[in-house]
Design a protein around this ligand. Structure first.
Ligand SMILES: Nc1ncnc2c1ncn2[C@@H]1O[C@H](COP(=O)(O)OP(=O)(O)O)[C@@H](O)[C@H]1O
Ligand SMILES: [Mg+2]
Length: 261
């Protein structure tokens, strides 16, 4: 089934949009900068505004750092950003992020950043209530960027395939309604995953970016790949990336397919 979103006429621009460095191309698609070093040139300038993006990778592949970096990009421009997490504890997370020069406490004090420790059960309630706490934060603050880290544990709440599928659809419909640009992180390998829940997520999302942390001989290296991005002539190649003292930076040139080695 095609997404209805595509038939909705472009929304009126608000003050919030003007503060963003949005890039409009011929199709009047508004893109926002990802904040990830060298990524935007692989995706025609940035992520589509108000799109729902899936970031997939194994444990330690860099999903949480990537997600936070995407929010910091907004925070630096004075945007309101929300990080919903099932996995990270606030104090520890703030401490770890400070290593990249990101002072989340300062952004929080300025009223720009909201860190929300959530439980999968609360998300279930949120779906049942059709919004809940997350929605009221977004509405009140006029949040423009959101990360949900991760939706893996949420999917595990549902044991029946149909329920998983319905929950995934419900979540996407809800996020779509909120008009935020979002990144949802998902633990796992997208191309080999056979579970319906992840399949549904992949199908419903506007983009899928995959992070890999692969061992070759004695060394592990990080790779990034854009698997899908609606409305975008994105790069089809695999790039190495590093996590350095400024967070995630993608290499300037693509690499040979590391997965075939
Ligand atoms: N300050 C840092 N400098 C370099 N690499 C780091 C730093 N902090 C964390 N990392 C790397 O990032 C990994 C964690 O990334 P994270 O985004 O939490 O992964 P995920 O969310 O996918 O599990 C660590 O295991 C480590 O390899
Ligand atoms: Mg994580």
């Amino acid at each position: 089934m095609l997404k209805q979103k595509k038939n909705i006429p472009p929304k009126k621009r608000t003050k919030k949009d003007i503060s963003e460095k949005s890039i409009e191309n011929n199709n009047s698609m508004v893109r926002i900068t990802s904040g990830i070093g060298n990524l935007d040139k692989l995706i025609e300038g940035g992520i589509e505004k108000n799109s729902t993006n899936l970031l997939v990778g194994g444990s330690g592949s860099g999903k949480s750092i990537f997600g936070m970096q995407f929010l910091v990009e907004g925070l630096e421009k004075g945007e309101k950003c929300l990080y919903v997490t099932f996995e990270e504890k606030k104090g520890k997370f703030f401490r770890h992020m400070k290593r990249f020069g990101w002072d989340l406490e300062a952004y929080e004090k300025k009223g720009l950043f909201t860190f929300l420790e959530y439980t999968p059960v609360k998300v279930k309630t949120m779906l049942e209530e059709g919004g809940g706490t997350v929605e009221s934060i977004i509405r009140k603050q006029k949040t423009s960027r959101m990360v949900i880290d991760s939706i893996t544990s949420f999917a595990l709440l549902f044991d029946k395939e149909l329920a998983k599928r319905e929950a995934a659809l419900g979540l996407f419909n809800l996020i779509e309604k909120w008009e935020v640009t979002s990144i949802l992180t998902l633990e796992g390998k997208p191309l080999t995953g056979t579970e319906l829940n992840s399949r549904t997520l992949e199908f419903e999302s506007d983009s899928i970016i995959s992070l890999y942390f692969l061992r070759h001989k004695h060394l592990r290296k990080r790779f990034i790949e854009v698997l899908k991005m609606r409305g975008t002539n994105h790069s089809k190649e695999i790039y190495r990336f590093i996590i350095g003292n400024k967070g995630v930076t993608v290499a300037n040139k693509p690499t040979e397919n590391p997965l075939n080695k």
